[in-house]
Design a protein. Structure first.
Length: 303
């Protein structure tokens, strides 16, 4: 068995890729990409364990942190940044941390990967505690920065999770829950922005989406907490409100305008039969969960 991590091994199927026509290069890449969802499918049970653990932490007032370097770190920041506009949650609830800070999002800062203490320092700067959950992202599973971050998080009692594409990687010894989609050698040897990156992105999609569904930020399969920051999103909000209430689009738009284009507030106004001020107060009291807000208003009415 090779001592080289599988993400760094040479892919025999693509050994002659530099001599191929463009369409054949693309065909080979596409065939290799087909391996990614299969690899993720094999670890669905581990992803479910991670979601359950994260939901438990967030229900108790904790936060979720993604932390990593390079492509892994960028993917974590990307997923975290999409949660507020999609689910209407605070940017504080799910946060992405990348080694090297903001500059590393658009320019490689590879040297920061080797600083084991920097990962702990970056978590410490966010005020991490035992109530939080930390997901360490490292395709190779041996990045000192990310391992150091998980070691520090675990020492505080935080729930720790790793996402790596290498079985038996050092990071697995640190985290409590490990998600290991094995996608095999890359099309370009060691370029883990490819299959490994795709696998990590798929896993992150599942973690954030399933977590926020379980916390009540989705109605059916509709983004009932979506933020209406542009005309496209306002049109989407009208469609969602129409589906939620059976209102015709014109009436749904009118209700949204009365709610200040706050979709969850409009839903609460309609279902609970209250004015905007009451709906807003209940929504905030229910931490942005529509069903909690409505239940609170119903309880007040019946008491």
């Amino acid at each position: 068995m090779s001592s080289i991590p599988i993400t760094e091994q040479s892919n025999e199927r693509t050994s002659n890729i530099s001599a191929l026509p463009v369409v054949e290069i693309l065909r080979l890449m596409n065939e290799e990409d087909h391996l990614v969802p299969r690899a993720v499918e094999r670890v669905l049970g581990d992803i479910a364990d991670a979601v359950d653990a994260i939901v438990s932490q967030l229900k108790d007032g904790g936060r979720l942190f993604y932390i990593g370097t390079g492509t892994s770190g960028r993917l974590g920041v990307l997923d975290a940044s999409e949660c507020p506009p999609t689910f209407g949650v605070s940017p504080e609830l799910i946060q992405g941390i990348i080694a090297g800070g903001y500059e590393a999002l658009y320019r490689a800062v590879e040297a920061s990967e080797d600083d084991r203490g920097a990962g702990a320092d970056d978590l410490r700067a966010r005020g991490i505690s035992g109530n939080d959950a930390v997901v360490g992202l490292a395709a190779s599973g041996r990045t000192p920065y990310t391992i150091g971050a998980l070691e520090y998080a675990r020492s505080l009692g935080s729930k720790t999770i790793s996402i790596t594409c290498v079985p038996g990687a050092p990071i697995i010894e640190v985290a409590e829950i490990n998600i290991v989609p094995v996608v095999g050698p890359e099309v370009l040897t060691g370029s883990t922005r490819l299959k490994a990156g795709s696998a990590q992105k798929m896993v992150l999609n599942m973690i954030s989406t399933a977590t926020l569904i379980r916390l009540g930020y989705v109605s059916g399969n509709r983004m009932s907490n979506v933020q209406t920051r542009n005309s496209k999103l306002r049109d989407r909000a009208v469609r969602i409100l129409s589906a939620e209430t059976d209102l015709q689009p014109d009436y749904a738009k009118d209700l949204l305008e009365k709610a200040g284009w706050q979709l969850p507030v409009a839903i609460i106004m309609y279902r609970a039969g209250v004015a905007r001020e009451q709906a807003e107060a209940a929504w905030k009291s229910g931490n942005g969960v529509i069903d909690k807000a409505i239940a609170e208003l119903v309880e007040r009415t019946n008491s």
